[in-house]
Design a protein around this ligand. Sequence first.
Ligand code: NDP
Length: 313
Amino acid sequence: MRDKVRCLIIGSGPAGYTAAIYAARANLEPMLFEGLQPGGQLTTTTEVENFPGYPEGITGTEMMEDLKNQAARYGAEIFPGRATSVDFSEKPYKVTIDGEKTIVADSVIICTGATAKYLGLPDEDKYAGQGVSACATCDGFFYRKKTVAVVGGGDTACEEATYLSGLADKVYMIVRKDHLRASQIMQERVLSNPKIEVLFEHNTLGLFGENGVEGAHLVKRMGKADEEKVDIAIDGFFLAIGHTPNTDIFKDYIDLDETGYINIQHPTSKTNVEGVFAAGDVADTLYRQAVTAAGMGCRAAMDAERYLSEQGL
Ligand code: NDP
């Protein structure tokens, strides 16, 4: 493995692999580290039906394998390994992999993604891919004419519930407080939708079902004198309690917004550190789609190519 590269890509979701395809074809000889979850968040979904070019749909895992092979075909060097610390204080930059090996890089593309938050219930693991999802746009289609629940009371939860109401027959929203946190307009949209029933002051205790999710055990007004256990019958359980961008190791150098996402100089992928670029969910609070992440990865590789050529590197 080389220890000095012109272009180092951190992360292996659609943003990372697309950046690798473009960087390899531009002769930057990129090196990519796959991170903790090779293939990224998409490998946790079942079928991907909204990525252009796959009329029959494709599993998330297969699609990421295709992207990886495409990047490798043009010479991108792809390795397992997680970036555990960086030093962007001076050029060339240093990135440490798995706490052991340091790679020196003229340019760095950060594609470390975001991780959906889960409640932390054992049943979320038990029913992963069998009724539990953290992405309505990815998996909602499988719940046409069925009953689903969305956990959360923020803008994401309202948006997901509204989206799901276009497919499912009934959508519960499970909200732990007695009010929604979402913006006024999103609240109105949810509260006036006859297919959505908001269960205020409800918490989820667990899920049940023989063949995938068939229902959820809830508790109303938990810890109060009139606490009450309630079961609801559902086919799908969607988490929408926020995402955590994977930016911890960059925070000493890279400008982040108040929720931890990387601030990029739109419409480019430039961060505040010259020669360090960001693409995909790690810098996207709004779209978070495979196809938008791939587009951002393309931009980042083109930005890196321009930067390296301007610097004569
Ligand atoms: P938020 O942090 O805004 O909301 C999270 C929601 O999940 C809250 O209702 C919170 O409850 C609830 N929650 C958190 N943890 C738990 C838990 N353990 N159990 C039960 N409920 C829980 O996250 P969002 O993803 O909704 O939004 C992130 C940001 O993105 C926000 O700034 C939002 O405005 C923005 N956004 C904007 C959109 C738009 O403008 N179209 C669309 C989507 C997001 P509680 O209120 O009790 O803390």
